[in-house]
Every structure is written in structure tokens, then in C-alpha cells.
Design a protein around this ligand. Structure first.
Ligand SMILES: Nc1ncnc2c1ncn2[C@@H]1O[C@H](COP(=O)(O)OP(=O)(O)O)[C@@H](O)[C@H]1O
Ligand SMILES: [Mg+2]
Length: 214
């Protein structure tokens, strides 16, 4: 089965929240792997502190990448912020079927993304199976962003603070999560992520090469 890595270029773009929204709506069994070298938030967030949260597995990241890649179900790896140093789970990023960078569609995030995409291009040896997930609607269009950064936008997720705070911070009502805007959008973003990982063409919202159409 396939491993999909989610990263950001910084600024709390929403990697963890997006990883969880995708996992909770994924059409088949899936594992969420907490690979953020800065320390994860999933157990404290969605699980509201009810599960223990051991840390510090980065030293065995390459073994973890092998284990994750051999799981009998899909894996969504929350790799956190892509840093300039060597503190990233490079083997997970290199081995993933797809790396999706989560950004907000604003200039601040777009310009921070550029050097991080360069890092991913180097790490993975090219632009294949790299994509963007946009969080929030206010800002530049998917087509503009894809054109600027040279990789496709796979999907856009709405700004939905009520649902996001349940996932990221364990705060708020969990009832009827499935009907909320973020989860509805994640339900269609998941297949776009899987398609891009399978390399079956059909980028989600906007193709980098053509400038795409939103
Ligand atoms: N789609 C969204 N709509 C509204 N707020 C969001 C969304 N995604 C994330 N957030 C909020 O942004 C903040 C950072 O999210 P988080 O997932 O922890 O980011 P990261 O993992 O990139 O640091 C949290 O307060 C979270 O609730
Ligand atoms: Mg996070």
C-alpha cells in the first residue's frame, strides 16, 4: 500500500489537521504516522491527552520509513515543518508515494514554500509526485500558486476553525464531524492525493505545467 507524506514550509499551516481530516475520511484503512521532528500534536489534539505520547523516534527514522512503507494499508505521515537543517524524516520524505506540502494561499506561505520545494526536488530527484494542499480560500488562486511554485495543487480545504480545533487541539464538539465543511472537502481531497501518488496524471485543481484551471 502507499505512504503519503505531508509537510509544511512553516507557520503552522495546518499539516496535522489536514493529515487527520484526510485520515478520518480516507476511503480505506489508513494509519497516521506522527513523524514531525518538532514533536507531534496528534495525541494531545484529536485524542485529547487520553493516550500516552512517547517522543523521540527521529533517530530511527529510516527504520520507521521501511516499516511504514510495508504496512498492509495506506499511511499518511505527518512530517511537520520542512526545516533548513537535517532534522527532517528524510527517508520518509524520499520513500513516500507522494509528498504534499500544506500551505495557506497567501504570499507569506507561498514565498516560504519555494526554498522548501527546492529541498524536496533535490531529496526526491525531481518534481514527480509532489503537490500542494491549500488551507483556506482567501488569497491567491490555485492556478496562480501552481504556476508560481511549479507543482500542482491537489486540493483546497476550506477554513473551518470549528472543526480544525477538534482535530488539532482536541477542543470543541466532536458530534457530526462528518458533515462539517473541512471533512466534506477532505473526502474529495483524499482521492486526489491518492491519484497523484499513483502517478495517474489527473492533478487535482491546477496543473503546474499549464497553469491549470481551478
Ligand atoms: N482548515 C482549517 N481551517 C481552520 N483552521 C485550521 C485549519 N487547519 C488547521 N487550522 C488551525 O491552524 C492551527 C495550526 O494547525 P496544525 O494542524 O497544528 O498545523 P501544523 O501541523 O502545520 O503546525 C490550529 O489552530 C488549527 O486548528
Ligand atoms: Mg503539526
Amino acid at each position: 500500500m502507499s505512504m503519503y507524506a505531508l509537510v509544511s514550509s512553516g507557520g503552522a499551516a495546518g499539516v496535522t489537521t489536514t493529515a487527520l481530516a484526510l485520515a478520518l475520511t480516507w476511503p480505506q484503512p489508513v494509519i497516521v504516522a506522527e513523524c514531525d521532528p518538532a514533536g507531534g500534536a496528534i495525541l494531545a489534539g484529536l485524542f485529547a491527552g487520553h493516550l500516552p505520547a512517547p517522543r523521540g523516534l527521529l533517530g530511527v527514522a529510516s527504520a520507521i520509513a521501511r516499516v511504514l512503507a510495508s504496512q498492509p494499508c495506506d499511511v499518511i505521515a505527518d512530517c511537520g515543518r520542512l526545516d533548513a537543517g537535517d532534522g527532517q524524516p528524510a527517508s520518509v520524505l524520499a520513500g513516500a508515494a507522494l509528498v504534499a506540502m500544506v500551505i495557506r494561499p497567501t504570499l507569506r506561505y507561498i514565498s516560504a514554500a519555494r526554498p522548501r520545494i527546492e529541498m524536496l526536488l533535490e531529496l526526491r530527484g525531481g518534481p514527480e509526485r509532489l503537490g500542494l494542499l491549500l488551507v483556506g480560500e482567501r488569497g491567491h488562486s490555485p492556478a496562480e500558486i501552481a504556476r508560481t511554485l511549479g507543482i500542482p495543487v491537489l486540493a483546497s480545504l476550506p477554513f473551518d476553525a470549528r472543526t480544525a480545533s477538534v482535530l488539532s487541539d482536541g477542543v470543541g464538539r466532536r458530534a457530526s464531524l462528518a458533515d462539517r465543511p473541512l471533512m466534506r472537502a477532505a473526502r474529495s481531497a483524499g482521492p486526489a492525493v491518492a491519484r497523484a501518488g499513483a502517478g495517474s496524471g489527473q492533478p487535482g485543481l491546477a496543473a503546474a505545467a499549464t497553469g491549470g484551471s481551478a
